[in-house]
Design a protein around this ligand. Structure first.
Ligand SMILES: [Zn+2]
Length: 478
């Protein structure tokens, strides 16, 4: 059975299919449906829907199962690799039952999900309900395919997403999220000020979805925390630079603070005192942290705008009041994160200080509440404006789900052990399907895929085999 999955996967690997470049895979899917006389629909965006009737049983439309995966992959390659991934096939290698691509990412995320769905549609011997297979585009670049897919085309109320990367685990919820882009105008001017640079480095960083519960510090927050504890000296922020991505916990940052020359020594020793007092707390969470202070006898000599004294105070207050990290764990799964915040980047550029926040929650209303809290804090900063960007919906956890039970019992029957359930604080396209299809039950599964989105991406054939058996067994039982 798995041979057919591997055959479809190899066909997909032979077609370029980076995000934004899925037309050949789309053609392939359409041809697949045409050749088998199946209903298909391809929307303007490039999403493809294929419908197939029940096999070897009489099933009503209500029992339809939606299988879902994404067509696009993340294209990365080694510097020395000469493949043009926008035009050429991947060079697939198989060694000891492990598939990889020479010099490039493999796109098992999510080529293998697409291949498994095709193998189900293709097979006339599997006992199964009617299938609606949805293959979206551009999952990897913001999920715009799923966002624009017309959910009213679907009759199914049970959806199996095939875009997970861990065998033996069924994912049953994901976070929704959004970014907030903030701009604060700089109204102060540099003049004859002394300066002190504060630099934080050596933190672990990590993904703001997958690593947020690990209690890691944000370098931005360490700086605002220390500066916020100085309350009797006027400060002006002349430079601030921390973080490159909103979805990464900031691992290093620095700021340059201007101060009246007469206050410089006092400020320097105050900062040292605060740093030394707080250091024990920091190092408990981040073993490799260093917090360095730097200054010289020279006055600050760069001309331009800075964050004025009042705005500096307001900015520090707001950033220290806005939570960083986990805001709340889930009530019905206390081991999983419900709501979180990441202060991703702070940058002074031209006449502005810019901040990016990344908010996530597995409950959309909780994310809105957090947004309101942030907006209240930001409204205290003079001249501050902000915009919400790229929101995507959550897939909410439900304590009981017959579909999940079916998949778990199929797993147990096949492999003699319990399947683990998981909720992810990352985003999945399931959020769009969960919010777009009324009363739809969802699960997400997949075989073991290692090092996704990298040139080392690889997948085990045995794991594909077990995952496909699980899918087949589940469909049989539904
Ligand atoms: Zn994926």
């Amino acid at each position: 059975m798995t041979d057919r999955v591997l055959m479809f996967f190899k066909d997909i690997c032979a077609l370029p299919h980076g995000s934004g470049n899925c037309s050949l895979v789309g053609d392939y899917l359409v041809d697949f449906a045409k050749n088998r006389g199946l209903y298909y629909f391809r929307d303007k965006k490039g999403n493809v829907l294929i419908k197939a009737p029940a096999v070897l049983r009489d099933d009503s439309e209500e029992n339809t199962v939606i299988l879902q995966g994404h067509q696009d992959m993340v294209c990365v390659k080694e510097e020395s690799c000469d493949i043009d991934m926008s035009k050429e096939p991947l060079r697939i290698e198989v060694e000891n039952g492990i598939i990889s691509a020479k010099g490039t990412s493999l796109g098992a995320d999510d080529g293998i999900g697409v291949a498994m769905a095709l193998a189900v549609l293709d097979n006339k011997e599997l006992v199964r309900p009617p299938i609606e297979a949805v293959f979206t585009v551009d999952e990897e670049t913001g999920m715009s395919g799923a966002a624009e897919f017309d959910m009213s085309l679907l009759k199914g109320r049970k959806l199996i997403n095939l875009d997970s990367e861990e065998e033996g685990v069924v994912t049953c919820a994901c976070a929704g999220g959004e970014r907030i882009d903030v701009r604060i105008p700089l109204s102060g001017r540099t003049s004859d000020y002394a300066w002190i640079k504060i630099e934080v480095s050596g933190l672990q960083g990590g993904h703001s979805g997958c690593d947020i519960h690990k209690g890691r510090l944000s370098a931005i927050r360490v700086i605002t925390d220390i500066l916020g504890k100085v309350n009797d000296i006027d400060l002006r922020i002349a430079q601030f630079s921390g973080g490159r991505f909103d979805n990464v916990i900031c691992s290093q940052a620095y700021a340059v603070i201007l101060v009246n020359p007469g206050d410089k020594e006092k400020l320097y020793s105050k900062l040292l005192e605060i740093r030394d007092r707080e250091f024990l707390g920091y190092i408990r969470k981040e073993k490799m942290i260093s917090v360095d202070l730097l200054s010289s006898g020279q006055l600050y000599d760069k001309k331009g705008f800075v964050l004025g004294t009042e705005e500096t105070k307001q900015f520090l207050n707001a950033l220290n009041n806005i939570p960083q990290g986990v805001v709340r764990m889930m009530g019905d799964r206390p081991e999983s994160v419900e709501t979180s915040m990441n202060i991703g980047t702070v940058e002074i550029f031209g006449n502005e200080l810019k901040i990016t926040f990344s908010l996530r929650s597995s409950i959309d209303e909780k994310r809105k509440e957090l947004r309101e809290e942030v907006s209240k804090e930001l409204s205290m900063i003079k001249g501050c404006t902000y915009k919400i960007r790229d929101p995507y919906p959550a897939w909410k956890y439900v304590p009981s789900s017959p579909l999940r039970d079916t998949i778990c019992s199929s797993y147990k029957e096949l492999f003699g052990k319990e399947m683990n359930t998981a909720v992810t604080h990352g985003g999945l396209e399931c959020g769009y399907f969960a919010s777009g299809i009324k009363d739809c039950e969802l699960v997400s599964i997949g075989p073991d895929i290692d090092d996704i989105h990298s040139v080392k991406e690889k997948i085990s054939i045995d794991s594909i085999d077990r995952c496909f058996k699980l899918l087949v067994k589940t469909l049989e039982k539904i």
